[in-house]
Design a protein around this ligand. Structure first.
Ligand code: GUN
Ligand code: FE
Length: 423
């Protein structure tokens, strides 16, 4: 068995709001699977090579459960419109460029490298509607060491005519062609991706629901992000009382479904998510940038919903998950004040849990560096930050979340493999 041993200050999130700390400890994996965290190295591993990370922190790597790969070229621009106008004006023309696979290769290679060097090793990602560019994206992610799911986007109505659109027949046929080609990947799997209800005809939604059941494919989409979007969905589906029902009625609603945003989901819609086991992907930056609102993420946790985090680039302006965690914490405080200080807000250990363990749970992992999990870890340095007095490992992690040193991520392990080293 190939043994990996990392020595350093090991900090993990075994439950919401709690950090486990082992100073100068050992994180051991066998064939890429975690065997344990130990204060002293057990006798059985004596003689195995130890990767000594010095005084650095060793933490779980991130899971980004909602982002749009073909929006990477517009990251940090086009922030002056609300969601629906933003889609038509900036997003659809940007995604249209991915008809060109050479362009896709260049952009997606950069994106994959930036994900890995930032410590994001698991993703659930939207591609564009282009099958070939989607396969290029999957290839580049896999080569870089990213794991997770990617979806060819389905959008057979209300798209950008002549620029970015597909007929219902094309959407169905291309989805099947794409699924056929996905068998070549080991770490990146397909996920069905109706863009959102306004983008998909009933016929296409029904097709995707049936396909999801037949091939046991998970589903990702957007839900109750923006009030104009919600009003539009109501016009499109007068038979549905609430937005979520437009997914549920076509079989796109179960315990592997991811729904991004859920800013305006009321208690009834949230209960429907809880009952079905749907995971909410909270995208705090994007919700502010395209003027959607502030999701009551801490309330959702209290209600027992599954919640993870997404960068949602390029509605979100930060790909880096340290920033995504701080945005989630800040937003929760805005909601706390808005609610007359009556709802709780996220603490740093809670935000950290959401960006790591909660996202990893979607991939079947237990929280923290649990025995049996594949090794997904970051070696995190803060030695170039001011060191006016000693800090505990938990304080150091808090400071890394809010204030990283340049090149803080020194090394990254993904599914047991060392995929990045800053050296
Ligand atoms: N709803 C439908 N498409 C999108 C998208 O690309 N970004 C966001 N934030 N919301 C959407
Ligand atoms: Fe999105």
């Amino acid at each position: 068995m190939a043994i990996t041993i990392l020595k350093g200050n090991i900090v993990s999130a075994p439950e919401l709001g709690k950090l486990d700390v082992t100073e100068h400890g050992y994180l051991v994996a066998g064939d890429g699977i975690i065997c344990g965290v130990f204060a002293q190295l057990p006798e059985q591993y004596a003689g195995a090579p130890v990767e000594d990370c010095g005084d650095a922190l060793i933490v779980q790597s991130f899971a980004d459960l909602h982002l749009h790969a073909p929006q990477y070229p517009m990251l940090g621009t086009g922030m002056d419109l609300q969601l629906l106008d933003w889609l038509n004006t900036y997003t659809f023309p940007t995604e249209a460029r991915f008809a060109d696979v050479d362009y896709a290769r260049t952009i997606y290679r950069q994106l994959a490298a930036e994900l890995i060097s930032g410590g994001t090793t698991r993703v659930c990602m939207f591609s564009s509607l282009h099958t070939d560019a989607t396969l290029v994206l999957m290839e580049e992610l896999e080569k870089a060491g990213v794991t997770g799911y990617v979806g060819k986007v389905n959008m057979d109505r209300n798209a950008a005519p002549g620029v970015l659109e597909e007929t219902t027949e094309e959407s169905k046929a291309e989805t099947l062609r794409w699924l056929e080609a996905c068998g070549q990947f080991k770490y990146i799997k397909p996920m069905l991706t109706p863009r959102f209800t306004p983008s998909c005809t009933d016929e296409l939604m029904a097709f995707l629901g049936k396909l999801s059941a037949e091939k046991k494919l998970p589903v990702q989409s957007h839900l109750s992000e923006n009030q104009k979007e919600i009003a539009w969905v109501r016009e499109l589906h007068p038979d549905c009382t609430q937005y979520w029902e437009t997914y549920a009625k076509f079989g796109l609603w179960d315990d592997r479904t991811l729904m991004a945003h859920c800013v305006w989901s009321d208690a009834r819609e949230r209960k429907a998510m809880k009952d079905a086991g749907v995971t909410v992907v909270h995208c705090a930056d994007s919700n502010v940038n395209v003027c959607s609102g502030a999701a009551p993420v801490r309330v959702m946790l209290d209600e027992g919903l599954k919640v993870a985090l997404g960068s949602d680039i390029a509605g979100g302006d930060h790909l880096n998950m340290f920033d995504v965690v701080t945005s989630a914490i800040r937003t929760s405080k805005t909601v706390h004040v808005r609610d007359n200080w009556e709802t709780p807000f996220l603490t740093v250990p809670e935000g950290w849990y959401l960006g790591t363990s909660a996202g990893a749970a979607y991939f079947g992992e237990k929280p923290g560096f649990a025995v049996g999990n594949p090794l997904h870890a970051i070696v995190l340095a803060d030695d170039a930050l001011p060191q006016p007095h000693p800090l505990t490992p938990a304080e150091r992690l808090e400071r890394c979340v809010y204030r990283r040193q340049k090149d803080a991520v020194r090394a990254v392990w993904s599914a047991g493999r060392k995929v990045y080293s800053a050296e």
